[in-house]
Design a protein around this ligand. Structure first.
Ligand SMILES: C[S@@+](CC[C@H](N)C(=O)[O-])C[C@H]1O[C@@H](n2cnc3c(N)ncnc32)[C@H](O)[C@@H]1O
Ligand SMILES: [Zn+2]
Length: 307
């Protein structure tokens, strides 16, 4: 009983902190009149050099960089993928459907407050954001290679990946342009070389076996097709790579129902209860583990691609 009350207390504190964080950030934004768009591209460096990791999301074909068009083009079906403001556009937002569309809209609207709300939520849960994020990111073993951050939001995991001595390069994607603009501002401020993609986790724009580690934090519970997203993360992982997937447990989701504006309305019908996608891990994956993280409010699912 005591434990229940304590959990309820922590959950309402976290929810309160998120709401307060959003309110504070909203106030700051209004006062400063913060613009939605930023200036120069963040994907500095050689866009042509990026082509060998990319694949067409329509047909899986190889992509070639077209300097004149500032776009990648599929060698097989000729579909083009423009780079705009430094962000590689692998989807068109008007093509999104279902919950993916609704959540892209929700995160576009709240992107300005997300980073602060996340920090506050970790603090209320009794840990720094750094400690919380390291608790899950330290499980990756990229061995000097390439890491993919799926659903990066405003780049929340990037500070704890880019600086790691065992990380070679980091690539990050999200379905929300609003979130990606903030990720781009962060990447630019810090002078990092992190390619950013507007892309759907259910159709990753990368060739098979491209990444030495894949991480996803915070979105998969409410994707349209969780099985496809898990299969995609496994597909783009190299043999031997670990995939780490973290999201809230049902108790935490219930708090969101009550406190996050627009969250409940993001579901066409009743919100499905949260179930960690253990049964969706593709056959043949090894070392499958499910554990609690962040004081038991979130689950962490891990597996290794055989190699
Ligand atoms: C709770 S935020 C998590 C952000 C960040 N990973 C973090 O740890 O704070 C969830 C993110 O998932 C993104 N998202 C939702 N549906 C997605 C999809 N189908 N593909 C890729 N990203 C998606 C949202 O835009 C949002 O930025
Ligand atoms: Zn194609």
């Amino acid at each position: 009983m005591k434990t229940r009350r304590a959990v309820a207390l922590v959950l309402s504190a976290v929810a309160g902190a998120i709401a307060a964080g959003l309110a504070v950030a909203f106030g700051v934004r209004r006062r400063r009149g913060m613009p939605g768009a930023h200036g120069e591209p963040s994907v500095e460096g050689d866009l042509a050099a990026l082509a060998p990791v990319l694949a067409c999301v329509r047909c899986g074909g190889l992509l070639t960089w077209d300097d004149a068009a500032t776009a990648y083009a599929c060698d097989a079906c000729a579909r083009t993928y423009p780079v705009q403001g430094g962000i590689v556009h692998m989807i068109e937002q008007q093509d999104l459907t279902g919950q993916n569309r609704r959540f892209a809209y929700l995160y576009d609207r709240f992107a300005w407050g997300y980073a602060l709300a996340s920090k506050v939520a970790f603090a209320v849960a009794g840990m720094t954001e750094e400690r919380g994020r390291r608790e899950v990111l330290d499980r990756l073993q990229p061995r000097g290679g390439r890491v993919l951050d799926v659903s990066t939001g405003p780049g929340s995991n990037l500070p704890y990946l880019v600086a790691r001595p065992d990380v070679g390069e980091v690539h990050a994607l999200d379905i929300s342009m609003g979130q990606l603009r903030h990720a781009r501002a962060l990447v630019r401020r810090r002078g990092w070389r992190v390619p950013l993609y507007l892309a759907n986790a259910e159709a990753l724009p990368f060739r098979d076996a491209t990444f030495d580690a894949v991480v996803h934090v915070g979105g998969i519970n409410f994707f349209d097709d969780r099985a496809r997203a898990v299969a995609e993360m496994a597909r783009v992982a190299r043999p031997g790579a670990r995939v780490v997937i973290v999201d809230e447990k049902e108790r935490a989701a219930r708090t969101y129902d009550r406190t996050i504006p627009g969250f409940r309305r993001s579901f066409a019908t009743e919100r499905p209860p949260v179930v960690a996608p253990v049964d969706l891990v593709p056959r043949g994956m090894e070392d499958i583990r499910l554990s609690d993280v962040w004081r038991g409010l979130f689950y962490c699912l891990e597996f290794v691609k055989p190699g």
